[in-house]
Structures are given as structure tokens and as C-alpha cells.
Design a protein around this ligand. Structure first.
Ligand code: TXE
Length: 481
């Protein structure tokens, strides 16, 4: 059976423990490969390679680093088909989605930061009258840690690694043990692109073992993490006494505010996507739908009709809209929220059941589910479900919908549908979220700041924000006569 090995100092290697984790194919529910079960010894080995590689990498010219990142981007593009197939097999997402979103974006991440680093400037402040000149230099931190989740595996893994490397750091990275395959394949691509040995080290294994060893390592000075809020809390607690720099992109329970004055048809088709793309397993999905009362009945009918047409099926079939959920435990978690919704008085408008696909009877398939709720404070409307499940309810006015939208502990993103410019401004300013999309969803310009407030995390990624995170600012003040 295929083994997913660590990639340390430019070479694939087995874990010290000699132990392996099972890697499941979610569309079949079968083990199809084995993952290195790494421990602190493997992380130490990765750290040591990264430490040795740092002096040379951090002193390389911007052009040298940029060229290598561009080569990685091109190689990802050249291998788009095989990487997309690997992603669909490992994660359960539709192959078509991996081909148009995940893998192209992984390539864009490298290409974008290869360019961004060439434009990343430092500031200078002259104190006229005091005869001093200040200039700020931004130096790479050293060895940094990048830990990523399973929902957008290569997309989010590279979203962290690319700026870290562009800024001159060396990296110890761990992808999710639920979806490690494309990160494993990236090692080979980096070697082919001429990335010097030890600059990027990829360690596989569980969060409590390999992940924890990265976070607890005293000389890994910054951690960029995307994952669950509880894990983020744990990481913050571990890292705080060592004063590590932290960027935490955590969960979301994002509101989708639909006003009667919106472009209805556009809203309807985008809302189907914002609800169910990637089986609803995107931290930016609009999982709470609030609809202005005057169009509520119409929306309910039209939306449910569209959702019922979504095809749940094998990720490798082109007509599939909804693939498999990522794992058995996750499927069980999502199903438990559907049961909870019923207990809380929610009405299942469509979906709610596991789907058995012929030939893939053990796969983790679930119908896209729409739940009409009575109370915005019910648990199903407050807690992150992270699956193909949305709630909906009507609202009377702006004030009421803002109260409902802001009632959750999360604050990642929000979507607003209206053609009224005054309302756009008023509501956008009052929504408690790091990102607000108006009349669109998941429209990403990589230069823009990305991240959340409240329990959705701290720090911003994207554009120069990411390069700032992965560098330390040092001010040099010169007095002249
Ligand atoms: O994520 P974890 P899980 C949400 C979603 C999901 C829940 C839990 O609601 O149901 O989180 O998912 C590593 N030290 N999101 O349990 O555990 C782990 O190995 C260091 C939202 O799968 O947070 C993996 O690489 N690392 C999210 C990564 O953290 C640790 C996307 C994320 O896994 C660790 C995914 C530790 N102690 C889930 N424990 C989003 N924001 O997009 C785990 N890890």
C-alpha cells in the first residue's frame, strides 16, 4: 500500500516511530494508503534541517526566491490533473472542483507571493528637526511552523507556505492527517523546482503528536494555523508563554443576509454555492440564511427546489455537485446536528439523510440539507456544523437581522444581498466579520486581508499582511548632524 512519507531536508523519509496511520478514501470508505505517524523526533529532525537551511535561504536574493516559487507554481499547473485526482480521492470533493478551484489556487498562491515579495517595501520616517532618520527593515523570522486543515488541503497548505518562503523563512509544515496526499506530492515538486534542501520540511501525523511538537518547539518562532476553534485555543495556550507570533484562522458560522431589493436570480444561484460548495466544508460558507420577510416564502420554495436538484455522488463523475464528506467521524458529527435540529423544533425542508451510492456503499455521502428554524439562538444556528447543512429564517428589518447575524461567537465572513448602496454601507460596517461580500461570495483577490474576529481567530493573511506576519519589523534610527 502507498506510504505517505515525511519530506525532510529535500528527501522522503520514514517516521522514527515506524508507525503508520490509515488514510481513507472518503468516497469508498476504504483505507487506501498509510501515513507516517510522526512524533517530536521527526519534528526535531525537520527543525534541524530548516535551521541549517535558514542562513543561505534568508540571504538569497528576492529574485532567486521568486524564481523558485514561480517554478513551483508552474509545476503545480503542469501536474494539475494528477494533483486534482489525488485531492478528490483523498478528500471526497468533486474532481471538477479540485480542477477549477483547489489546484489552480495552490499554484496561484506560489505565483502571487513570488510577485508580492518583489513589491514588499519597508518604511522610512524622517524626524525633521530632531535630525534623525528612521528606516524599518523587515527580516525573516527564522524557522516557522505551518499547520493546515483537511477541507481545502493543498490550497490552504500552500497559502501559508508560499508567503513564509517568499519572506525568507524556512518551514516545518504539517498538513491534516485526514488529507495528506497532495502535501506529500508537493515535496517532489519542490525538489524538481530546485528549492534548496531543508527550506521546506513536511511532517505528517496527528495533531496531538506531530502538530503539538511543532507548536511546542521552543525555536519555531511563529505558527500559522488554520483549523478548528478548539484546536486554535489549545495552540494559543501552548504558544503564549513562549511569546510566539500566531496567525489563527479558525471556524465560522457565517450569515447570509438576503434583502428583498437584491438581484433575486443572481442571489439564488450564488446562495446554492455559498451553502453547499465543497459539501459545505469551507470556513466561509454562508451557513445561516436570513431572508427579508416579504420574499421569504418565494425564496424558500425556489431555494429548496434548486437544492433538491444537486446531485450527490461519486467525486469522479462529472455531473456530481456534492461529493463525499471528508471522514466517517465528520459525517457522524454533521448527522448529529441534523438530529439536534429536529429536537430543537427545526423543520427539515429538504435532505437530512445519508446517501448510499451504488458501488460505493461505505462512502460518506449526505444529502444537502436545508433546515427552517424558529429561533436564531438555537444550537444548530450557533455552532459550526461544517457540512452540507444550512439553516434559514425570515427577518423584519435591518436592525433585527444585524442582531441575529452578530449573535454567534464567530466572526469570519458575511454575505449581503441588496442593491441599496446606503444599506450596503450601513450593514457592512455593523456586521461583526473580517470579510463582507456584497452581491457575491468567495470572491478573492489575494492582495486583500483575510481572517476573522471573535472566535474565528486572530491575525490576517493575504497580500502584504501575510508577508508582515512572516517577518519581524526592526527600526533603525540614525542621528545626523
Ligand atoms: O480540525 P483540527 P478537525 C472546524 C470544523 C471541524 C472542526 C474540527 O468545524 O468540524 O474544526 O476539525 C492539527 N497542535 N474546521 O478536528 O483538529 C491537525 O492535525 C497542533 C474549520 O479536523 O483543528 C490538522 O493539521 N496542531 C477549519 C489541523 O490542526 C493540531 C477547517 C486542523 O485540525 C493539534 C477544518 C494540536 N494540538 C476544520 N490538534 C477552517 N477554519 O477552515 C490538531 N492539529
Amino acid at each position: 500500500m502507498k506510504k505517505i512519507l515525511n519530506y525532510i531536508n529535500g528527501e522522503y523519509c520514514e517516521p522514527f516511530s515506524g508507525d503508520w496511520l490509515d488514510n481513507y478514501n472518503p468516497s469508498k470508505g476504504e483505507v487506501y494508503s498509510k501515513i507516517a505517524y510522526s512524533s517530536s523526533e521527526d519534528v526535531e529532525r525537520a527543525y534541524s534541517a530548516a535551521k541549517d537551511a535558514f542562513p543561505s535561504w534568508s540571504n538569497s536574493t528576492i529574485e532567486e526566491r521568486s524564481n523558485i516559487l514561480m517554478k513551483i507554481a508552474s509545476l503545480i499547473e503542469e501536474n494539475l490533473d494528477s494533483l486534482a485526482e489525488a485531492e478528490a480521492l483523498d478528500n471526497g470533493k468533486p474532481l471538477t472542483l479540485a480542477k477549477v478551484v483547489d489546484i489552480p489556487r495552490a499554484s496561484s498562491n506560489f505565483r502571487f507571493f513570488a510577485h508580492a515579495i518583489t513589491q514588499f517595501a519597508s518604511e522610512a520616517h524622517e524626524s525633521v528637526g530632531l535630525n534623525t532618520m528612521n528606516f524599518t527593515i523587515r527580516q525573516p523570522i527564522g524557522v516557522v511552523g505551518c499547520i493546515s486543515p483537511w477541507n481545502l488541503p493543498l490550497y490552504l497548505f500552500t497559502w501559508k507556505i508560499a508567503p513564509a518562503l517568499a519572506a525568507g523563512n524556512t518551514v516545518v509544515a504539517k498538513p491534516s492527517e485526514v488529507t495528506p496526499m497532495t502535501a506529500y506530492l508537493l515535496g517532489d515538486i519542490c525538489t524538481k523546482a530546485g528549492l534548496p534542501k531543508g527550506v521546506l520540511n513536511i511532517v505528517h501525523g496527528t495533531g496531538p503528536s506531530a502538530g503539538q511538537a511543532i507548536v511546542a518547539h521552543p525555536d519555531i518562532k511563529a505558527i500559522s494555523f488554520t483549523g478548528g476553534t478548539q484546536t486554535g485555543e489549545h495552540i494559543a495556550r501552548t504558544a503564549a508563554p513562549m511569546f510566539k507570533k500566531l496567525s489563527l484562522e479558525l471556524g465560522g458560522k457565517n450569515p447570509n443576509l438576503i434583502f428583498a431589493d437584491c438581484n433575486y436570480e443572481k442571489m439564488l444561484s450564488v446562495t446554492v454555492k455559498s451553502s453547499f460548495a465543497n459539501q459545505g466544508q469551507i470556513c466561509l460558507c454562508g451557513s445561516r440564511i436570513f431572508v427579508e420577510k416579504s420574499i421569504y416564502s418565494k425564496f424558500k420554495k425556489d431555494f429548496v427546489e434548486k437544492v433538491k436538484k444537486l446531485k450527490v455522488g461519486n467525486p469522479f463523475e462529472t455531473e456530481t455537485n456534492i461529493g463525499a464528506l471528508v471522514s466517517r467521524p465528520h459525517l457522524e458529527k454533521v448527522k448529529s446536528y441534523i438530529d439536534l435540529a429536529k429536537e430543537e423544533g427545526g423543520k427539515i425542508l429538504c435532505g437530512g439523510n445519508q446517501v448510499i451510492i451504488e458501488g460505493s456503499e461505505n462512502g460518506y455521502y449526505l444529502e444537502p440539507t436545508v433546515i427552517e428554524i424558529l429561533d436564531y439562538q438555537c444550537r444548530v444556528n450557533q455552532e459550526e456544523i461544517f457540512g452540507p447543512v444550512v439553516t434559514m429564517m425570515p427577518f423584519e428589518n435591518e436592525e433585527e437581522v444585524l442582531k441575529m447575524a452578530n449573535s454567534v461567537k464567530y466572526g469570519l465572513s458575511a454575505t449581503l444581498w441588496t442593491s441599496n448602496l446606503d444599506r450596503t454601507m450601513r450593514v457592512s460596517k455593523q456586521l461583526e466579520a473580517g470579510i463582507v461580500w456584497v452581491n457575491t461570495w468567495l470572491n478573492r483577490d489575494l492582495r486583500t486581508p483575510f481572517g476573522g474576529i471573535k472566535s474565528s481567530g486572530v491575525g490576517r493573511e493575504g497580500g502584504f499582511e501575510a508577508l508582515k506576519f512572516f517577518t519581524e519589523a526592526k527600526n533603525v534610527c540614525i542621528k545626523y548632524d
